[in-house]
Design a protein around this ligand. Structure first.
Ligand code: AKB
Length: 316
């Protein structure tokens, strides 16, 4: 099957980089970017772009039919921190959009779906070290609840209706092209911008909060790998644990000081601390490594080097 792809939520942090990567792989005409607004002009101007509200089933279906789409990457979501401010909006967006895409696949309008889950599916009662693939999952955020429920529905649609849906539990993703928005792990991107512009950063998590993180290039590679793997290799149809590195704000600040020696960090934890405290520190992703060959490339040192050199160019 030659992929004809629709990316929903293409203006966001991961959606935008996925758009560039998939266009490089499959050609501009075969990758349609869409979002609810023109919030990222680089993406809007980079190829075919459609305004699509992920919560509007008819709008998604019209776009799928117009371009004869066979593969959907559903990247639209409200993340953990914003979700706590708008619980019902987070529930509606995260669940309605998933059902629309799963139902389009059930009705055979599309053949393959990618839907991101998150480390937010885990909660305070989950083991925090080497969190297993199959373990206690009692998420304490609305975002985490939507991701956990979404995983159950993905597996259900796969088992009952033969829907080819594939999913990853993303950790915090670090990138320089598009800013993240509304997440608890966003500090790990903001810190680089502020290190370059102000040499100073006030962190909303405390210094020893260890969380799983990953460089964007690794996250995109994992997404491409799972989507191009043979169907029989993708044995888990809820969502795969996915891991690269883990660090604390203090450790990240130390890496940044390797390039910006006078960088200073202060700590002023807010409501996001409780969210971070409910998540694992390190994830065991051996199923992803065994089933479809996942391997990460970027260490914390690689990330600091790449982020600083790219952002120095951007701000110069
Ligand atoms: C968030 O912080 O909400 C996201 C996530 C870990 O899914 N980056």
């Amino acid at each position: 099957m030659n992929p004809k792809i629709l990316i929903i939520g293409a203006c966001g942090q991961i959606g935008s980089e996925l758009t560039y990567k998939l266009r490089a792989m499959y050609g501009d005409k075969n990758v349609i970017a869409s979002d609810i607004s023109y919030s990222n002009l680089d993406i809007v101007n980079s190829g075919i772009f459609e305004i699509v509200d992920a919560q509007d089933y008819a709008a998604v279906k019209i776009c799928v039919e117009k371009y004869r789409i066979n593969t959907v990457y559903l990247m639209a979501a409200m993340l953990s921190a914003t979700g706590e401010k708008y619980p019902m909006k987070a529930w509606d967006l995260n669940m309605n959009s998933l059902f629309h895409v799963l139902n389009l696949a059930k009705a055979k309008f599309i053949k393959k779906v990618f839907w991101p889950s998150s480390i937010a599916v885990f909660g305070p009662t989950t083991p925090k070290e080497n969190t297993p693939q199959f373990t206690v999952m009692e998420p304490s955020t609305v975002y985490g609840i939507t991701k956990q429920v979404g995983e159950r529905w993905c597996e259900y649609y796969h088992n009952k209706y033969d829907v080819d849906v594939r999913s990853l539990r993303y950790p915090g993703i670090i990138s320089y092209k598009t800013l993240p928005g509304g997440g608890t792990t966003d500090y790990a991107v903001d810190i680089f911008h502020k290190a370059i512009t102000d040499k100073n950063y006030e962190c909303f998590l405390n210094e020893n909060t260890e969380l799983p993180m990953m460089f964007m290039e690794d996250a995109i590679q994992a997404t491409v790998d799972i989507m191009t793997a043979e169907a029989k290799s993708v044995k888990i149809r809820s969502s795969y644990n996915l891991s690269a590195i883990s660090f604390t704000p203090k450790e990240l600040a130390e890496s940044i000081r390797g390039y910006i020696p006078d960088f200073k960090i202060t700590y002023n934890p807010d409501y996001r601390q409780e969210i971070a405290d409910s998540w694992p520190k390190r994830i065991d992703d051996s199923f992803a490594r065994q089933d479809w060959g996942w391997q990460h490339k970027f260490s914390i040192e690689d990330i600091a080097k790449e982020m600083i050199s790219q952002l120095q160019k951007k701000y110069s």
